[in-house]
Design a protein around this ligand. Structure first.
Ligand SMILES: [Ca+2]
Length: 205
């Protein structure tokens, strides 16, 4: 009888141990398998609300969803003229503040034509006194996937990745080193990343 009881108890103990290890594994699994989150695909109108700010002499002639895509059928096209010393930007206002603190960066596709512009992303937590900026130089030709590493962004004020209210796409020719002719930039498939790939990270030094 006692032997049988001991046997039953050891089976129960094994079951408890197995269940616990299962819990630990699945908990660890959640962290390991955190998925990238697609923000904007630029496939359909109305997915992202953009407004332009282009103080003269800079000018954003138009922006639209063009049939020139890195992923899917369409991308965001921005046709601009940015003379030396000027800048322009497009602002995407989020419907409600988003928490991006579980992510390490962003992936995006940019189609360059060789020597386009200094291109920045700005992320705001409310006002312009609380923001992170991340700058790159588009010096490649054709579509290229790049990763942005949040830990390398320049942070101003009381900015937090837990509260993203706006994203801005910033075109700058402040250095005066870029051509002034009318140019079209194509931009596609913005994705939040749980991990960035160092080989794909681009940042203006
Ligand atoms: Ca697309």
């Amino acid at each position: 009888m006692i032997k049988r009881l001991k046997g039953t108890l050891s089976v129960l103990l094994m079951l408890v141990l197995l269940m616990c290890s299962g819990c630990i594994l699945s908990k660890g699994g959640q962290v390991d398998t955190q998925e990238p989150k697609i923000l904007w695909t630029f496939e359909t109108e109305g997915q992202v609300r953009l407004s332009q700010y282009d103080p003269r002499p800079a000018e954003i002639h138009r922006f639209w969803l063009a049939e020139n895509a890195a992923v899917g059928e369409r991308s965001l096209a921005i046709e601009y003229t940015i003379p030396a010393g000027s800048f322009a930007l497009l602002t995407a206002e989020l419907d409600e503040a988003e928490d991006w603190s579980d992510y390490k960066g962003l992936s995006m596709w940019i189609c360059g034509s060789g020597n386009d512009i200094t291109f920045g992303h700005r992320f705001l937590s409310g006002g312009y006194n609380k923001m992170a900026e991340y700058w790159i130089e588009i010096d490649w030709v054709g579509w290229k996937e790049i990763h942005m590493d949040f830990s390398k962004a320049n942070v101003t004020g009381d900015f937090h990745w837990t509260e993203i209210t706006k994203v801005e796409f910033f075109l700058s020719n402040s250095s005066g080193k870029y051509p002034e002719e009318r140019t079209t930039l194509y931009y596609d498939h913005l994705v939040l990343l749980p991990e960035v790939e160092p080989g794909k990270v681009v940042i203006k030094q």
